[in-house]
Design a protein around this ligand. Structure first.
Ligand code: MRU
Length: 373
């Protein structure tokens, strides 16, 4: 997508093989890029959320393997890099998916072929992500067009949570791809942007990217969605996801579940946009089986923003001594999901529908399930 008129991706390879990223911790107040030159740099960037969002975490980890192999192309070097990157964040399954893809692409090669092979596969993973998101956009666009047909001349109101936009992917975004395509093709669309405490990815990132693309949007405090739905002000919700289970349970940024409950209570369609690498066919019950990341207390106890005279400052908003909890994600059971917008079409959030849409992935997971399962 474009930043100040210039086509920009979230990750790229520099002339010398270093990996360029947008430092997302500085947005929306500053647009700055950083070059990562080692696997440690990549692991830190993922951990500190300079890069974030499930698909982008996967792409970054893929390049992390490239940088690791540049320094040490041995089997031990590869295994160490795999372990260090995998430990960077636990919930988004795209991280493990991308690491497994990278290992498969280099494992059976001679050491001196590994670096080039790794860069090739990492580039493919990035290109595939873009193509997948464009396909998600085309399928999701039909949902927005259907909603638009019911209210001629009025904008379709889409509610989204966190940032599942182009900043969370290599380009286009998942939940935002249908929105950008609707906007670009002249379908009037307006986005309710959940601020998404504690890190405010909605207020800071989704609002920033929608604004740069000219998409009408309104940032709302996280607790507003239910009220808007009760008053007919949300036509559909589209969110992203960090992991979808074989039975269609959806893990996404904390607070997604509450929006799905409100949507169900108000008859608002609740869609989840996802690329197939986000499906984890090895797990079924999302509530029991998906590891939920718990992050530092400082994300809850403090807020960072720009002062009137332009300084970026962090202030404490919780009394000293109060305990805080910071669960990064929650799980929305499949029964609350109207449909999954994938690169192969909109499918039901069910085991049968997912296995039918992605038979090769479902079969691959079954092949390595322990016999008891
Ligand atoms: O903690 P984050 O910012 O990485 O969480 C991101 C989300 O929850 C996104 O909605 C999800 O990764 C989907 S990204 C296309």
């Amino acid at each position: 997508m474009k930043v100040d008129g210039k086509h920009t991706r979230t990750i790229w390879v520099e002339q010398d093989g270093g990996v360029g990223i947008i430092d997302q911790t500085l947005l929306p107040h500053r647009f700055a890029t950083v070059t990562l030159t080692s696997v440690a740099d990549v692991a830190r960037a993922i951990r500190t959320m300079q890069v974030r969002g499930a698909p982008l975490i996967g792409a970054a980890a893929a390049y992390g393997i490239c940088l690791a192999l540049r320094a040490d192309a041995s089997d031990e070097g590869l295994e160490r890099a795999y372990r260090d990157l995998l430990a960077a964040r636990p919930t988004a399954i795209n991280l493990k998916w991308a690491l497994d893809e990278m290992v498969a692409s280099v494992r059976n090669r001679l050491r001196d072929e590994r670096v080039a092979a790794a860069y090739r596969r990492a580039a493919e993973i990035s290109e595939e992500d873009i193509a997948i998101n464009q396909a998600i956009g085309r399928h999701g666009l039909k949902l927005i067009e259907t909603a638009a047909a019911k209210k001629p001349g009025e904008p379709v109101n889409v509610l989204t949570h966190c940032n599942a936009g182009w900043l969370a992917t290599v380009d286009w975004g998942t939940a935002t791809a249908p929105i950008y395509m609707a906007h670009d093709s002249g379908v009037p669309v307006h986005v309710w942007v959940d601020e998404t405490r504690p890190r405010n990815q909605g207020a800071a990132l989704t609002a920033w990217e929608l604004g740069h693309h000219g998409v009408p949007h309104t940032v709302i405090p996280d607790n507003t969605g239910g009220h808007l739905m009760q008053h007919g002000l949300v036509d559909l919700a589209i969110v992203g996801t960090d992991r979808v289970t074989a039975q269609g349970d959806v893990c996404n940024k904390i607070g997604t579940y509450l929006k799905a409950l409100a949507a169900a209570d108000n008859g608002v369609p609740f869609y989840v946009a996802l690329p197939s690498p986000t499906i984890d066919f090895h797990v079924s019950d999302g509530i029991r089986e998906i590891p939920i990341e718990q992050r530092g207390a400082d994300e809850v106890t403090t807020m960072t923003g720009r002062t009137e005279d332009g300084r970026i400052e962090t202030v404490r908003i919780v009394p000293d001594g109060s305990a805080v909890a910071n669960y990064g994600f929650d799980v929305t059971p499949a029964r609350l999901v109207t449909g999954l917008i994938t690169e192969r079409g909109v499918v039901a959030a069910s085991r049968a529908a997912l296995a039918k849409a992605f038979p090769e992935r479902a079969a691959g997971a079954r092949a390595i399930q322990p016999a008891a399962e």
